[in-house]
Write a protein that binds this ligand. Structure first.
Ligand SMILES: *Cc1c(COP(=O)(O)O)cnc(C)c1O
Length: 436
């Protein structure tokens, strides 16, 4: 597998290089030069395969010989060691539960795969790998738990003060070992800017072997394609051929992976990018003008992204052809009031508790159906996190139904450890250098 930069289509790097660099020098994003087609026979018989089998097939077609077959199989079995159930809510409506991993969010797929790919490529005696990550909530927990105890790695997580939920904060700040957290007086975008500045800083690059764990890392995108194939397989087994996915979107990594799966040959009818009021993409699809904005805080805080980094990848997948993209992707935005109403509606209709991100994806399905009454597809909305991570949002009678998983209860007795910083890059740099 060779990769180019979205800012330089002539560039060629290996998968290993893209994984460790995370981002090209020219500040574009890495993309595969070639997007191979999965063979038609595999797609036709996909319902016969398990999630790990599908994952191996997709990864090997994409990665080619970057990781030998037996190692890749073992790596996938270790990384994707939890389920992604497709739960039926009514005749044609399904929720894909992506929160059964250790941090209770879909980012476990990306983080666990990435940490194991990095560990696989790290040779004995190589310099310590320093992972820098900005999180709006769920990335940090997934990365922390994904890398916890992985030898020869150290993770530094920046998160915006007061903007992550108590459980998210516990997952970030109670790990110890090779994981450290920094609470930043600012927004997620500020955290992301600090990380980007660090990657561009010569002195830090000379001193540390820096790598990123944000959704911009190509090794996070790849495993997120697996569950789109697996869900399609589950629905095909039940006799459906037309499938649409509604994806709650912030940095657009998740839906980017879905669209990569589509380009690899997964026959999806429609993708819906569901956002909160951080609506850069829905505005773009309406107006054709791409205009980022500072992020605003919402109930769906993991989607509070004003400048979605992965959007450029999606445009590249469609060769910058907006009309072609709009045939496959629609996008809707929802306010906090609508999100809350959505949570109540899902509870009433299906006796199902959805987190705010999930509720937005559900609302987008409803909106799409209203606008396309003739469409008969099976609709899958992605549930990206367990409801227990957002306890303050639910009305009491719904909140009371949420079961707290065991791994969360265990964190509550552990002490919080976090550094405190502002949005000044020099202070962040000082911190990194002083704690070398
Ligand atoms: C990260 C996250 C999202 C947004 O995913 P992107 O890949 O950034 O679009 C949605 N929901 C939850 C719960 C998340 O953690």
């Amino acid at each position: 597998m060779k990769l180019y930069s979205t800012n330089n289509t002539a560039l060629r790097v290996s998968f290993k290089e893209a994984v460790f660099n995370s981002m090209p020098q020219d500040k574009g994003l890495y993309m595969p030069v070639e997007i191979p087609q999965l063979d038609a026979e595999f797609i036709q018989n996909i319902e016969q395969y398990s999630l790990p089998e599908i994952a191996y097939k997709v990864a090997s077609v994409l990665l080619k010989d970057e990781i030998p077959a037996r190692d890749l199989k073992a790596l996938i079995d270790d990384a994707i060691n939890f389920e992604a159930p497709v739960v039926k809510l009514d005749e044609k409506t399904f929720v894909l539960e992506l929160f059964h991993g250790p941090s209770l969010a879909f980012k476990d797929f990306g983080a666990r795969f990435m940490s194991r790919v990095m560990a696989y490529f790290l040779k004995d005696g190589e310099q310590l790998l320093d992972v820098l990550v900005a999180t709006s909530g769920d990335t940090g927990g997934a990365v922390a738990l994904g890398f916890l105890g992985v030898p020869n790695t150290r993770v530094t997580i920046l998160y915006p003060e007061g903007r992550v939920s108590p459980i998210q904060e516990l997952q970030l700040t109670t790990n110890g070992q090779n994981i450290r957290a920094i609470e930043v007086k600012g927004t997620f975008d500020d955290c992301q800017t600090l990380v980007k500045q660090a990657f561009a800083d010569d002195e830090l690059n000379a001193r540390f072997r820096l790598t990123s764990a944000n959704s911009i890392n190509i090794s996070r995108l790849i495993p997120q394609t697996f569950y789109y194939f697996n869900t399609y397989a589950q629905l095909k087994k039940q006799g459906f051929s037309d499938v649409l996915f509604s994806v709650p979107s912030g940095n657009f990594g998740n839906i980017g992976a879905g669209l990569l799966a589509y380009k690899l040959g997964l026959p999806v009818k429609q993708f819906i990018a569901a956002t909160n009021m951080n609506d850069t993409v829905p505005r773009f699809l309406e107006s054709g003008v791409y205009e980022t904005k500072p992020s605003v805080q919402t109930y769906a805080n993991a989607m509070d992204v004003g400048a979605p980094s992965n959007w450029i990848r999606i445009m590249d997948l469609f060769n910058q052809d907006l009309e072609a993209l709009k045939k496959v992707v629609t996008s809707y935005r929802f306010t906090d009031d609508e999100t809350l109403a959505g949570i109540k509606e899902i509870d009433q209709k299906y006796n199902y508790v959805a987190c705010p991100h999930t509720a937005i994806a559900y609302l987008a399905v409803e909106q799409f159906r209203k606008e396309n009454p003739q469409d008969n597809s099976a609709a899958v909305f992605l549930s990206t996190a367990h409801a227990c991570k957002f306890p303050d949002i639910f009305p009491a009678h719904i909140g009371a139904k949420i079961e707290i998983p065991e791994q969360v209860k265990a964190l509550e007795s552990k002490p919080k450890h976090a550094g405190q910083l502002g949005i000044d890059f020099n202070a962040f740099k000082e911190y990194l250098l002083s704690k070398a």
